[in-house]
Design a protein around this ligand. Structure first.
Ligand SMILES: Nc1ncnc2c1ncn2[C@@H]1O[C@H](COP(=O)(O)OP(=O)(O)OP(=O)(O)O)[C@@H](O)[C@H]1O
Length: 267
């Protein structure tokens, strides 16, 4: 499924957030959105999902304007992984994952044994089958994050939109979820995600969009887009981008100024 935005403007009632956002992502691609806190990533995602109206421009799914698609149709095309703290589901984890199936089925349909099986398979795939009967509200931030990713997988849509999917995960689970994302894209899914870690964009991104002050400052393959200069402009710090011996690309923020002021504060 190809997602495209054309000169999209985003925001809330009486408040403009993003403008002139033109992006595209297709099957097999992982489009990573990077940008400082408050730069409008979540707002863009809510607009892509039709949860809030756009302030101008277009969102197209395989060429069809989003606002021409009924909600149930959108749910069959796009699964959304929101930030884990955003939703206080008072249900067992398996029921939360099952909601991914109900989104596909429509308002009044009941999930059947196959749906339950798919929900359990999604939990197992993320290594959290043992959390199935635990209350979502009593899970840790990272466990909730994994449950929400399982919910999106159970929805079996061709397009996955993930808001900081690795944000509260431990070191190992970050790597597992990144590998899962790369695998899903390799299998033909379209993935759009936001991250605060440029290394993650280098690891799994086929394209990157760098948001700055409401605009797309740069967009393209990670190597060409996440340059030290662009990262410095967006984050206001000096950054070195290095290639490791094993062929990975990593970003190293310079800590000298921060360290100097921390030492100064102590003395
Ligand atoms: N419901 C809302 N009504 C009005 N303004 C909002 C609302 N939600 C967010 N904003 C504002 O929109 C701007 C963009 O917020 P958004 O959450 O999209 O940023 P973000 O890039 O996802 O941030 P972060 O990286 O911190 O998660 C912020 O200035 C925020 O204060």
């Amino acid at each position: 499924m190809r997602l495209a935005t054309k000169a999209l403007a985003t925001g809330y009632r009486g408040r403009s957030v993003g403008r002139d956002i033109t992006l595209t992502a297709g099957p097999g691609e992982v489009l990573c959105l990077l940008g400082p806190n408050g730069s409008g990533k979540t707002t863009l995602f809510k607009t892509l999902l039709g949860l809030i109206p756009s302030h101008g421009g277009e969102v197209l799914l395989d060429g069809t304007p989003l606002d021409r698609l009924p909600r149930a149709e959108i749910a069959r095309k796009i699964a959304y992984v929101p930030q884990a703290h955003a939703i206080p589901f008072a249900f067992p984890a398996e029921e939360v994952v099952l909601m991914g199936r109900t989104a596909r089925l429509g308002t009044f349909a009941q999930p059947g044994p196959r749906d339950r099986e798919a929900a359990r398979a999604a939990l197992a795939r993320l290594g959290i089958a043992d959390l199935a009967s635990q209350d979502y509200t009593q899970l840790s931030g990272g466990q909730r994050q994994l449950v929400l990713i399982a919910r999106a997988l159970a929805q079996e849509t061709p397009l996955l939109v993930m808001d900081e999917p690795t944000a509260s995960l431990d070191f190992g689970n970050q790597a597992k979820v990144l590998a899962e994302i790369a695998g899903l894209a390799a299998g033909g899914l379209t993935v759009v995600l936001s991250t605060h870690d440029p290394d993650h964009a280098f690891a799994v991104g086929t394209r990157v969009a760098l948001l700055h002050a409401g605009n797309v400052l740069a967009e393209g393959p990670p190597d060409a887009t996440l340059t030290p200069q662009a990262l410095s402009t967006v984050y206001g710090i000096d950054v070195t981008v290095e290639r490791t011996a094993s062929g990975r690309t990593v970003c190293l923020p310079h800590l000298r100024n921060a360290t100097a002021s921390a030492v100064g504060a102590r003395s």
